[in-house]
Write a protein that binds this ligand. Structure first.
Ligand code: AP5
Length: 212
């Protein structure tokens, strides 16, 4: 049983590392951002409500997100553990985890300076078909604009425009960064320098979780 929370600013590499960790640990990767983007694509009532907040780089209201995650964690594949990416993001969300009686093993904070975040996010490209992640200069696909894994044309996320990225960073420092102290006080926080290569960061995570 391994229950992990990934914490860190937008663009810290939470999704990149979570995909690897989920495969290595055999637990589901639960990304609230991915769940919301799927709802937006499908045009569900949740998606229609969330889209406005996401496009502005703000946070979707706590009650909406807490309900969504509660339903997801009740599914059978979470019985042997899970990896939460993008949740909790406010103290109210973290308190909801405690109130649900969920015991977390590790809160892994990926630490990256704001300037690096802007470079990473404005250059990020995503495969809309298989979810593979690229960066135009830091981890480019073999053929520009095309997914190495499935050949689909890559896209840029709507909230990766520089102005929106800067707002997401402001929201992170205001609403999510307080969770560092919240989990430090509980003895659960493990900080990883996430400025190194994807492999080095992954190694740092495995050292912390003792799963190397
Ligand atoms: P969400 O999708 O969670 O976005 P985020 O937290 O801003 O994180 P990102 O997905 O942008 O970055 P990441 O840390 O996963 O980095 P990645 O691995 O992609 O949320 C989006 C929106 O949904 C929010 O703004 C909010 O509106 C809403 N939302 C979601 N959850 C919510 C919640 N709980 N409450 C309320 N609202 C919520 O990497 C980024 C780039 O860097 C990639 O190009 C990658 O290739 C590159 N890269 C990664 N690692 C490295 C490395 N080590 N070296 C060089 N490049 C790297």
């Amino acid at each position: 049983m391994l229950r992990i929370i990934m914490l860190g600013p937008p663009g810290a590499g939470k999704g990149t590392q979570a995909k690897r960790m989920a495969q290595k640990f055999g637990i589901p990767h639960i990304s609230t951002g991915d769940m919301l983007r799927a709802a937006v694509r499908e045009g569900t009532p949740l998606g229609l409500k969330a889209q406005e907040y996401m496009n502005a780089g703000g946070l979707v209201p706590d009650d909406v997100i807490i309900g969504l995650v509660r339903e997801r964690l009740a599914q059978k594949d979470c019985e042997k553990g899970f990896l939460l990416d993008g949740f909790p993001r406010t103290v109210a969300q973290a308190e909801a985890v405690d109130e649900a009686g969920i015991a977390i093993d590790h809160v892994i904070e990926l630490a990256v300076p704001d300037d690096d975040v802007v470079v990473r996010l404005t250059g990020r490209r995503i495969c809309p078909n298989c979810g593979a992640l690229y960066h135009v200069t830091l981890s480019p696909p073999k053929q520009a604009g095309v997914c190495d894994k499935c050949g689909t044309a890559l896209i840029t996320r709507d909230d990766d425009k520089e102005e929106t990225v800067r707002n997401r960073l402001r929201v992170y420092h205001q609403s999510t960064a307080p969770l560092v102290a919240f989990y430090e006080a509980k003895g659960l926080l493990r900080r990883v320098d996430a400025t190194g290569s994807v492999d080095d960061v992954f190694k740092g995570i495995l050292d912390i979780t003792g799963e190397a």
